[in-house]
Design a protein around this ligand. Structure first.
Ligand code: DGJ
Length: 696
């Protein structure tokens, strides 16, 4: 048996008596001597017409006595299916701050090796897994891979099973949904070529009784930004397993003689401290093991997209930049519309030079003005898409995903450039490098507004399905090279709002545009879903011009919602009145005072239906606490006049920074709570920020 441990978790893998590689245990950490006592399964028991328990296997294959959803499906020459893998090797390696285990299986007859990789890091609770498929005969024939998951996870036996997922759509990303795991198969998937708006690539399983603060939760997430599939199966025998990986059904990938296919990682994380505990462990994973610059404080951004759309020019942006700087913004971003003929969404995408009518001397003079104002300078790009009405498309119509003799459906008047192609990658790197250098750019908002359709690559012939994988790898490659060349460059991931949020993109970007929906109370449920797996420091959140922004209290509510993430401003500053400016100035100053806590503290969701009922969220470190309380409607007057805090030292004394007379113990705050009835203003859209500091 192999025993992988994190600070709080044990994950035990072993061979059963039938030689299958199975999960023996996944849960709270065990002592090494106890692991020896874990019962081993006897191997597959298959009553006639029954189903074997391949749910226990690390990577159930299509083959033998198995009929569940296969995690690995291969067709060998001559149409031979039915894999027969046996363990042939193990390797344990100490990496920097991590331990790695590789278990190699090989088919008994065909030259195929399947390496199951495992990594545990000292600073993270995540068990990382991925798979390499290796064709070991360079002289042989091509194999066809129709499924290659990164791993399957067995959920320990429980009386019942409940799933939690984040589903939704454009303008409604990440809505948390829970339900009893049905018998059969429950699949979440993206077939769009990007992570997608409709579900985020993760699922959590508990026994139906876990709460925000208590109970065991098992979670599984994919670190991948292209199409994906995550299947939870519940057997009639009441066993549950979750298997996932890149790609979606119906695609076959060639594995050439001597070739290799490595999957992206699937991540498993168990917590015994409820949904809040599992989320905090994911946030810690992002900070310790994923983000390129976890300790950097995210700047307050100004972006005029919602204010001016495509109608922009240098003078107008300069006027906005001066005002943004005066309010306290630290990063000024020009969104869509700054280049070539892109004065609307029907033309110019792909032609990445500044529109001479809008920026007559290029971007550099404007960048210098932004820098002179003390802000960093950022710009919007959408490298993966093209408008047919562009020089790029007129010159290289074969660069887009397409099939011969099929129409090229347009969405938002655009098509997708095939980033699996080396020439397209080189083209993107060429102009991006020049843009960043010549335009003195510090920040890119990397957008992608187009799901794949007619996803063909005729020049690649039989193996062209690999574009579904290689496009995403191409995007990663371009971003990685760009960052290596410009180490100070920071990048925001965006895909028509929050369509590209996952642990793959977070390895190479610094924040994510959460959603195009910036209406504060709708945004709350989107942010709530975001927070399940991803930390507040990467959650871009703007206050924009909504019909209510001239209502001071409602606007304040919007500030408090956005301040729970990485605050930005997106309103039309030229049209703001003095009071709106003052409100922005004050809130930006307050945000700067609390943002270390928000961006790097531990997050506690304190209950309520965000955006619908009284809800609160707190950020805590050893010294300080920031609690945002929201009551969207006056009739939701809290029954309990207090909000119970969490995560404090019960014996420490905490003092309210704005009401020094209020000094109580952590125990008091966690049992009696912090009174909010006299801190919340009256009326609808009432919110407050309570700041406490440990004073004894
Ligand atoms: C979609 C993004 O989500 C918006 O924020 C904006 O950048 C537009 N694209 C620009 O076309």
């Amino acid at each position: 048996m192999w025993h992988l441990t994190t600070t709080r978790t044990s994950y035990v893998v072993g061979l059963d008596q039938g030689g299958r590689l199975v999960q023996v245990y996944w849960g709270q950490r065990l002592a090494p001597q106890d692991v020896q006592q874990l019962p081993r399964t006897a191997g597959p028991i298959v009553p006639p017409y029954g189903l074997p328990l391949e749910v226990e296997e690390q990577l159930p294959v299509d083959g033998g006595l198995r009929w569940g959803p296969a995690s690995l499906q291969v067709t060998f020459p001559g149409g031979v299916r039915s894999l027969e893998p046996v363990l042939v090797g193990e390797r344990i390696e100490q990496e920097k701050d991590a331990a790695r285990l590789d278990l190699t299986m090989a088919d008994v007859r065909f030259p195929l090796e399947v390496v199951l990789h495992y990594r545990v890091r000292e600073a993270s609770e995540v068990i990382e897994r991925w798979v390499t498929l290796r064709h070991t005969d360079p002289e042989g024939e091509t194999f066809e891979i129709s499924r290659a998951d990164a791993g399957s996870w067995l959920i320990p036996p429980m009386a019942d099973y409940r799933y939690s997922v984040a589903s939704g759509g454009y303008y409604a990303e990440g809505q948390v949904r829970r339900g009893i795991v049905p018998e059969g198969e429950y699949t979440l998937s993206s077939r769009t070529g990007i992570t997608g708006h409709h579900s985020n690539p993760w699922t959590m399983i508990d026994d139906g009784t876990a709460t925000e603060g208590r109970g065991e939760v098992w979670s599984v997430a994919l670190a991948w930004s292209g199409s994906w599939r995550l299947t939870t199966q519940r057997r009639h025998q009441n066993r549950v397993a979750v298997s996932g990986g890149f790609g979606h059904e119906g695609l076959t990938l060639p594995l050439a003689p001597g070739g290799e296919l490595t999957t992206p990682s699937i991540l498993g994380l168990h917590s015994a401290e409820g949904f809040g505990g599992v989320s905090r462990a994911w946030h810690a994973h992002a900070r310790t093991s994923v983000l390129p610059h976890p300790d950097e404080i995210r700047p307050v951004v100004y972006n005029s997209w919602e204010a001016v759309g495509f109608d922009l020019n240098q003078d107008q942006q300069t006027a906005l930049a001066r005002q943004a700087a005066e309010l306290g913004a630290e990063l000024f971003v020009i969104d869509d519309g700054w280049f070539s003929t892109r004065t609307h969404d029907r033309a110019g995408l792909g032609d990445w030079w500044p529109n001479p009518a809008r920026f007559p001397n290029g971007l550099a003079p404007f960048a210098r003005e932004v820098h002179r104002l003390g802000m960093a300078f950022g710009i919007w790009v959408e490298p993966e898409a093209v408008n047919p009405d562009s020089d790029l498309y007129r010159t290289n119509p074969h660069w887009v995903l397409h099939h011969p003799d099929r129409q090229r459906d347009e969405l938002r008047s655009q098509l997708v450039l095939n980033f699996a192609r080396e020439d397209v990658r080189m083209w993107a790197l060429g102009w991006l490098n020049a843009l960043v250098a010549d335009g003195e750019i510090d920040f890119l908002k990397w957008d992608m507004n187009r799901a794949f359709t007619q996803a063909g690559w005729p020049e690649d012939g039989e193996g062209q399905n690999r574009l579904w994988i290689e496009h995403t790898r191409g995007v990663y490659h371009v971003i990685d090279r760009l960052r290596a060349r410009h180490p100070r460059l920071r990048i925001e991931s965006c895909a028509g709002g929050g369509g590209r949020l996952d642990y793959g993109i977070l390895e190479r970007t610094d924040q994510v545009w959460t959603s195009d929906d910036t209406v504060a109370h709708y945004r709350q449920s989107i942010q709530h879903g975001f927070s399940q797996l991803y930390p507040a420091c990467v959650m871009s959140a703007w206050v924009t011009d909504q019909p209510y922004s001239t209502d001071p209290q409602r606007n304040q509510y919007a500030y408090h919602v956005a301040m729970a993430g990485a605050l930005g401003i997106g309103g039309d500053l030229n049209a703001w009145n003095d009071r709106q400016r003052e409100q922005a100035r004050e809130n930006i100053a307050v945000y700067k005072a609390v943002r270390v806590l928000v961006q790097q503290g531990e997050q506690y969701r304190l209950g309520g239906q965000p955006g619908e009922s009284l809800s609160a969220i707190a950020y805590v470190d050893n010294e300080d606490v920031a609690v945002f309380v929201y009551r969207p409607r006056v009739e939701l007057r809290p029954h309990a006049p207090s909000v119970l805090l969490a995560g404090l030292d019960p014996d420490a004394v905490y003092t309210d920074l704005d009401r020094p007379g209020f000094a109580v113990s952590g125990r008091f705050l966690m049992t009696a709570g912090v009174p909010v009835h006299d801190r919340l203003p009256s009326g609808d859209w009432s919110s407050t920020l309570i700041r406490l500091r440990r004073t004894g």
